[in-house]
Design a protein around this ligand. Sequence first.
Ligand code: SF4
Length: 351
Amino acid sequence: MKINSQRSLIKLLKSSSPKAFRVFNFGCRVNAAEINQLSQFFINYGFTPSLVDNPQIILINTCAVTRKGENESLTKIRVLQKQYPQSLIIATGCANLNKIQNILTIDNILKDNILTNTNGYYSPKIGDKYTPHKRYLLRVQSGCTQKCSYCIVPQKRPHLWSLAPSTAVATIKKIEAEYNEIIITGVNLAQYQYGLTDLVKKIIEETKIKLISFGSIPLNCFNDEFLNLLDNKRIVKFLHIPIQSGSNRILKLMRRPYNQKKIINVFESLKSKIKNLSLGTDIIVGFPTETKADFQKTYNLCRKIGFKKIHTFRFSPRPNTEAQKLFDQNPKINKTELKSRSIKIRNLVNY
Ligand code: SF4
């Protein structure tokens, strides 16, 4: 059953007793930031994060970027239903939650509205895997309308939302005494409506946070002004910039807004302007019709750039995407070949 409004969620929280809740999160850093902020919202209504058996409410943020990610999210909900039959499960996020009975759901648009009220804030009491390292997830953007041909996100997060720079600064001032670093995160930071450069400038000028880093930064965010800013000593010298492929033919089929020449130009500028910079990226291997020659272009480009980290994904056909049609209409790349391509890319990185 869908929770249709913030008011009905608040009514539910106020009427619940006792007020213990647990959270589970799947997927990206945006999801991780959201589950922390939703936890804060629950705490604001008297709930306590707890590991007790049969908490009143279990909150889960799901993922659907890959088929594997979606299946893991949905399986977890089913396991929790069996494990905690007394608990009320509230699920949100990108997975197809219609597949599960007897849960409450919050869609991503309502979630954005609810989280707008938290101004990106969650208390240091709310722990996650970043907390021990005094790193704070600052969600500044949600939604994407770019429509890369393989990606399901625009279907799940069609609504663009951005955190105003003045609100971001106010939130950082609330937490800067407890944390060393903020991680600026968004679904597509290239669609941050206030301008990423202006946001980072304002944070550097108006807060005392020691370090500023980023989740994934789209290649198209890198203009001269932003490049000049990145040399600031408070900016962490690691940038994760997804390129996905090194073949112009595949990049075009993926509907990525750049080609190989642009990739090389941006990375060369970064390396020439910023000392001691480490780089990470995302690569999809086995995109429909990817030939050995296409793959070799990706491999050569990754070797040329010299990434410290590469998240390698095997192509996963997502429902109602252009790439799924391509996948259905073309011969499949065999598993052995897919495996060998993944291994070759992974071996480029000596951790
Ligand atoms: S930019 Fe492309 S890959 Fe990233 S969320 Fe949007 S559609 Fe998906």
